[in-house]
Design a protein around this ligand. Structure first.
Ligand code: BEZ
Ligand code: FE
Length: 293
């Protein structure tokens, strides 16, 4: 094929897909080529802009390391992660909604007994978290596995510190026989996503802030149920309606109740004010595995 021009290039590229054996790959690549070409036509992409785009993606790649996943930040800030989550986790009314996974999960978080302090020395005000895991039909999900993770009071996850010596603000617990769980941690605060790299520069150029409203991450799994990846957001946070990664759902916003110093839910005593969060999760029967597990 020769002498391709503005009119004929797209069909010529698509024609090369004929021998692709993998039907799903063919479907995805055909659509990708069509949309990328349509985009370039629609905005009349200049050569300078094309080169800047290539440089941007190169910078995104170079910014990735074991502690930093800039491509996930890019997907999140463009709303792609929320779109993919939404279309893959349609659920019956009443199930807890899923939201973005984010880049700060690790799959070997320490196991804790119910009631343990998963903050593990992390800076922040104490918070006692409790709730129940149920199925859509109302019965308890005994032994449900809960993986939780959160940022410290300064807005950093433990994995962002390459010199960390232990896990902080993350852990794995198992609900009891009645599906109940409880643990201690710190109260979540709003924080900016990492914005000292190409995605941060993109947000600035677009006139957008990098902040996420305060939240606590959960991944909840149990045999016979769709794995739930979600957050609980803190009511009253000023970024609930402008989350940098478009993850907020009204059903996931909860009251984090402040208490004066005194008796705590674990039967102890706190000489400083503390918070409590009570939130129940409702699982959808079905596929047990999440793509990230
Ligand atoms: C997070 O909540 O951990 C997160 C999600 C998306 C981008 C950055 C951070
Ligand atoms: Fe987070």
């Amino acid at each position: 094929m020769r002498n391709l021009d503005e009119e004929t290039i797209t069909q010529a590229v698509l024609a090369r897909n004929v021998d692709m054996k993998d039907r799903r790959l063919k479907e995805v690549m055909t659509s990708l080529i069509q949309h990328v070409h349509a985009f370039a036509r629609e905005v009349r992409l200049t050569e300078e802009e094309w080169a800047a785009g290539i440089q941007f993606l190169t910078d995104v790649g170079h910014t990735c390391n074991p502690c930093r996943q800039e491509f996930i930040l890019l997907s999140d800030t463009l709303g792609l992660s929320t779109l993919v989550t939404a279309q893959n986790h349609r659920k019956p009314q009443g199930c807890t909604e899923a939201t973005v996974f984010g880049p700060f999960y690790v799959d070997d978080a320490p196991e804790y007994e119910l009631g343990a302090d998963v903050g593990n020395g992390m800076t922040g005000e104490p918070c006692y978290v409790s709730g129940q895991v149920r199925s859509i039909t109302g019965e308890a999900v005994p032994g449900a596995r809960l993986e939780v993770w959160q940022a410290d009071a300064e807005g950093f996850y433990d994995v962002q510190d390459p010199e960390r010596t232990c896990a902080q603000g993350r852990g794995t617990l198992h609900a009891d026989d009645s599906g109940h769980f409880r643990f201690k941690s710190i109260v979540a605060e709003c924080y900016p996503i990492p914005h000292d790299g190409p995605v941060g520069r993109m947000l600035e150029a677009m006139g957008r802030h990098p902040w996420r409203p305060a939240h606590l991450h959960f991944m909840i799994s149990a045999p016979g149920y769709e794995t739930l990846v979600t957050h609980v957001f803190r009511d009253g946070d000023k970024y609930l309606d402008t989350d940098a990664v478009f993850g907020v759902r009204s059903s996931l916003v909860a009251d984090w109740v402040r208490h004066e110093a005194g008796k705590t839910p674990d039967g102890g005593e706190s000489d400083i004010p503390y918070y409590t969060l009570n939130y129940d999760f409702v699982l959808n029967p079905g596929r047990p595995i999440h793509a990230n597990r």
